[in-house]
Design a protein around this ligand. Structure first.
Ligand code: ADP
Ligand code: MG
Length: 503
């Protein structure tokens, strides 16, 4: 089980303790303290204001939208929102930081304690774990150095300089790579539902600093002072890599301690090609950065009205949506899959709206997950680019619900809609059903005739059935359905077959 993750050392069993600091780029058209644009992939240095380039005499002005997004994020993880917060300068020198300091929040962050609940096993409510979030503060991102543009020089791109980040700091509450992975995925889902960060880890809009320590199983308590010494691996940019860092780092620390050494509190870097971490620098403390309140900025004070508007703008969040889906009779697993990402959840919600048959929700969920997701996966498509639109999906499912086509035929129809060479790519299901003559029939004359043929061709099985082997009923249904190319109304077919076998 993921929740009993242990490392077997030479001298006994070890437990892993993990805390994540997630940097999430705020969705906003402008930077944290300037009006410059934030679009990804723009030409270097085309989105840089005088503030971002740290020209002397320029003053930062907080962007309301960035603050709003961070507050909404805090609310989404049930965190305490601090009505009074303040910006501090974190001083260090680096070529990608023209100001010579980063404006951040150390002493009085915007968002205080909150929590994220994850399911370690999607089918099992009992596997829920609550991971504490210590704080969320807002800060500026730095620029980017480019070392591959010139043989002897490095270039600086300041497009990212000053972009708003939320730093979401977890408590050291995670105990396995799986749990850390589940936390990151859940956090990303929440951010994407809220719309405060696009969660795109490849583009760097979400990255994690991974803090790992180890301690003997059955050791001292859970207080931070009683945990082992941690290392921090910086800027890990995928869930898979975060899990790899934890596994590698935990094993390295166990071996080090068992050989009589000690873990140094240090900052490390992950090498994805080799799957190892290495020392970057020894860990610096807050005093190394000479933090002090930024004299160019007033404290932030949030008004009731602003807070109320933030709260009112929150969407239905993943856990609430999952429970609602379960309430519609959808299985726990399906509800978890559908709500895992905002795009699939929106697709499904719109599908339910279009369908207007809540009682059909469990079937709709099955169809979306096994048929639609299955085919999107096979063709490497994203749900946002699904060739079957929500309206078409609702139409297809209505055709099943009102008995026009069977599920088997529906499967054929969706395959036609998703196959670029079928001649029906992107067509409406009703049209496909009509042009291909796929309507289901309840015509008892036709169904009876097929049943008679099947029973006549299988007299031995009929005898076995009558002698008590009732499981054969399914065989007769299958054969008749096959003979009718899947177009018999299943209810009528069942009823006629039963009558004939009883005769
Ligand atoms: P710093 O800026 O010095 O890294 P932060 O308070 O920003 O300090 O972050 C500390 C992070 O490290 C938190 O996510 C916390 O949960 C985690 N952490 C603290 N102590 C340990 C430990 N002993 N083992 C693993 N993680 C830890
Ligand atoms: Mg840190």
């Amino acid at each position: 089980m993921v929740n009993d993750y242990r490392i077997q050392g030479d001298t006994g069993e070890w437990e892993v303790v993990i805390g994540l600091e997630v940097h999430a780029q705020v969705v906003s058209n402008a930077k944290l303290f300037s009006g410059a644009a934030t679009a990804f992939g723009a030409e270097p240095n085309t989105q840089v204001s005088l503030v971002d380039a740290a020209m002397p005499g320029m003053l930062p002005v907080p962007n309301r939208e960035c603050i709003r997004q961070a507050v909404r994020t805090g609310m989404a993880i049930d965190a305490k929102i601090n009505r009074w917060s303040r910006f501090d300068r974190k001083n260090y020198f680096y070529a990608d930081l023209p100001q010579g300091y980063q404006i951040s929040q150390l002493y009085h962050p915007l968002v205080g304690e909150g929590a994220v609940t994850v399911l370690l096993d999607e089918k099992d409510e009992g596997s829920a774990r609550t991971i504490g979030v210590e704080r969320i503060h807002v800060e500026q991102d730095a620029g980017k150095l480019m070392h591959d543009q010139h043989p002897t020089m490095s270039y600086v791109d300041l497009n990212r300089s000053g972009v708003a980040l939320m730093e979401i700091v977890s408590r050291p509450d995670m105990r396995s790579p799986g749990e850390a992975g589940a936390y990151l995925r859940k956090l990303r889902a929440i951010l994407r539902y809220v719309g405060s960060c696009d969660g795109n880890m490849e583009e760097g809009s979400m990255r994690a600093d991974v803090n790992v320590s180890v301690r003997r199983v059955g050791g001292p308590g859970e207080k931070e002072a009683e945990l082992g010494t941690r290392t921090e691996t910086k800027n890990v940019n995928s869930v898979r890599f975060v899990m790899a860092v934890i596994e590698h780092e935990a094993r390295r620390q166990v071996e080090l301690i068992e050989e009589g050494g000690a873990v140094a509190q240090e900052t490390r870097l992950f090498d994805p090609d080799k799957g190892v971490t290495r020392t970057l620098r020894s860990k610096e403390d807050a005093h190394d950065y000479r933090y002090f309140p930024d004299p160019d900025l007033l404290p932030l004070e949030l008004e009731d009205e602003f807070l109320a508007a933030c709260r009112a703008s929150l969407p239905e969040l993943p856990d609430a949506k999952r429970k609602r889906y379960e309430g519609l009779g959808i299985t726990a697993y399906n509800a978890a899959v559908l709500t895992a990402d905002v795009e699939s959840a929106n697709y499904f919600d719109n599908l339910l709206d279009g369908l207007q048959r809540p009682e059909f929700a469990p079937d709709a969920a099955n169809w979306v997950i096994s048929e639609l997701f299955g085919m999107l996966n096979r063709t490497g498509r994203d749900i946002s680019k699904s060739p079957i639109s929500v309206r078409q999906a609702a139409e297809l499912l209505s055709l099943i619900a009102d008995g026009t086509i069977s599920k088997t035929i529906a499967k054929q129809v969706s395959e036609l809609m998703l196959d670029e060479n079928s001649g029906h790519f992107g067509d409406d299901p009703t049209r496909i059903v009509e042009t291909r003559g796929l309507k289901q029939t309840s015509d008892t004359g036709q169904i009876d005739a097929r049943i008679d043929e099947i029973l006549a061709a299988n007299t031995d099985k009929v005898a076995q059935y009558k002698a008590g082997k009732e499981a054969l009923f399914g065989f007769f249904v299958g054969q008749t359905m096959k003979a009718m190319a899947g177009k018999a109304n299943p209810a009528v077919l069942n009823e006629r077959l039963r009558a004939k076998l009883a005769a």
